[in-house]
Design a protein around this ligand. Structure first.
Ligand code: PLP
Length: 420
């Protein structure tokens, strides 16, 4: 995510965008749907739904193994989606893009296929306290199995990573630095190139969990200077059920497979097997072809809007959202104060109403938010709370959605007979 090219970008036409999303026409509890749970999953435009349905209607077949036309078409569609992802991330080659099920599986793939080969007792992995459990639990499992030590970068009071002692935390034992591009709870966008440069100077690899990075602005994996980058298309208008892992080609080449089975082999005898070339070495079994087709359509849609325009839109939302939330003195708001330092989300707590109760009352007003620990329990502990309420915005949300949220937050106080 970068703001450098944002200023010259024409703004999103949100009213126009909304027409592309059939689900936004529905009501919820007799109220218009105000969907503010985009960090959990976004909605899909008609073009993505139609691309998937059309694949099933016209070209459905298994990939890479058929000699018939439908299988050729399905293979072209599947590999075409890989090409689109590679261009979208500015990857060096489509062969360095692997399809998984989600970000979680991408992390586990690297933990199994790279880290188990390269890490032994006494080695260190540097993580941060703001990680989603997806980028924590796989490393904990590895640490328990191999005697690897986990270290953590802390945050400061503004919700930014504390980087002043980075060179002391990293040392010759550090094999991996793995961190979120953008926090799913604080919205903080992390300084990946700076961290990657420091990590590489001690010979460590860098894994970036881009689940909240890709949806919110332009991503260039080469400029980020990381070794692995993962994301979940369902958080960026794409289908549920497919994930992406990009890895540096030379690193992927020398990795072991993750899952064994059909499609990932070069040769098999009764005793042993050899592996297909990257990326197929990492894609055992029948892949989610229709989901890949939908992913390709979602990238077309995002690129048509423009990733810089999307970033600019979220900054505009933040510039309105944050002051409006601050007008409510009973709220504690977490994360960076500067609208440019975060993606379009805000986590907050009412000083009298539990996050779950607040979420339930907002739902009565048609406002869909998330309440809970956001799969970031260590971060909750670091903030000294059990849960927060999180409102997360995307391309079809506008300033009037902020107003609906604020009105519903005030109504919630009234339900509990609290001062407003
Ligand atoms: N990482 C971050 C920062 C996330 O926000 C999420 C999902 O919310 C994940 C990882 C996990 O994504 P998935 O459940 O699609 O694997």
């Amino acid at each position: 995510m970068t703001d450098t090219v944002v200023a010259a970008t024409p703004p999103l036409d949100v009213a126009r965008v909304r027409q592309d999303f059939p689900i936004l026409q529905r009501t919820v509890r007799d109220k218009p749907l105000v969907y503010l749970d985009n960090s959990a999953t976004t909605q899909r435009p008609e073009s993505v739904i139609e691309a998937m349905a059309n694949f099933y209607r016209t070209s459905n077949a298994n990939v890479h193994r058929g000699v018939h036309l439908l299988s050729e078409e399905a293979t072209d569609a599947y590999e075409g989606a890989r090409n689109k992802v590679a261009a979208f991330l500015n990857a060096d080659s489509p062969q360095s893009v692997i399809f998984t099920r989600n970000t979680t599986e991408s992390v586990n793939l690297v933990a199994h296929a790279w880290a188990r080969r390269h890490m032994r007792e006494g080695d260190e992995i540097l993580l941060t306290v703001m990680e989603h459990h997806s980028n924590l639990v796989p490393w904990q499992l590895l640490a328990q199995e191999r005697g690897v030590k986990l270290k953590f970068l802390d945050i400061d009071d503004s919700g930014h990573l504390q980087l002043d002692n980075l060179s002391e935390v990293l040392n010759e034992h550090t094999r991996l630095v793995s961190l979120a591009h953008v926090s799913n709870t604080l919205g903080t966008a992390n300084a990946i190139p700076t961290i990657a440069c420091a990590a590489h100077s001690v010979g460590a690899k860098v894994f970036v969990d881009g689940a909240q990075g890709v949806p919110h602005g332009p991503v260039d994996v080469q400029a980020l200077d990381c070794d692995f980058y993962a994301f979940s298309p369902h958080k960026a208008l794409g289908p549920l059920g497919i994930g992406v892992l990009w890895g540096r080609r030379d690193v992927l080449e020398e990795m072991d497979p993750f899952l064994g089975g059909g499609e990932m082999i070069r040769d098999v005898t009764l005793e042993r097997s050899t592996w297909a070339a990257v990326p197929h070495k990492f894609e055992a079994g029948t892949p989610s072809v229709a989901d890949a087709v939908g992913l390709g359509a979602s990238i077309d849609y995002l690129e048509n809007l423009g990733m810089s325009a999307i970033r600019q839109h979220e900054v505009k939302i933040n510039e309105y959202l944050l002051p409006r939330l601050r007008e409510l003195p009973w709220l504690t708001i977490y994360g960076p104060e500067d609208p440019h330092d975060r993606c379009g989300l805000a986590s907050f707590n009412d000083n009298q109403i539990h996050a779950h109760d607040l979420g339930t009352i907002l739902d009565q007003h048609g406002v869909a938010v998330r309440a809970g620990h956001h799969c970031a329990k260590p971060l909750m502990r670091r903030l000294g709370v059990m849960a927060t309420t999180r409102a997360s915005f995307y391309v079809y949300n506008d300033l009037d959605d902020v107003d609906h949220l604020i009105d519903a937050l005030i109504e919630a106080r009234k339900v509990f007979g609290l001062a407003t």
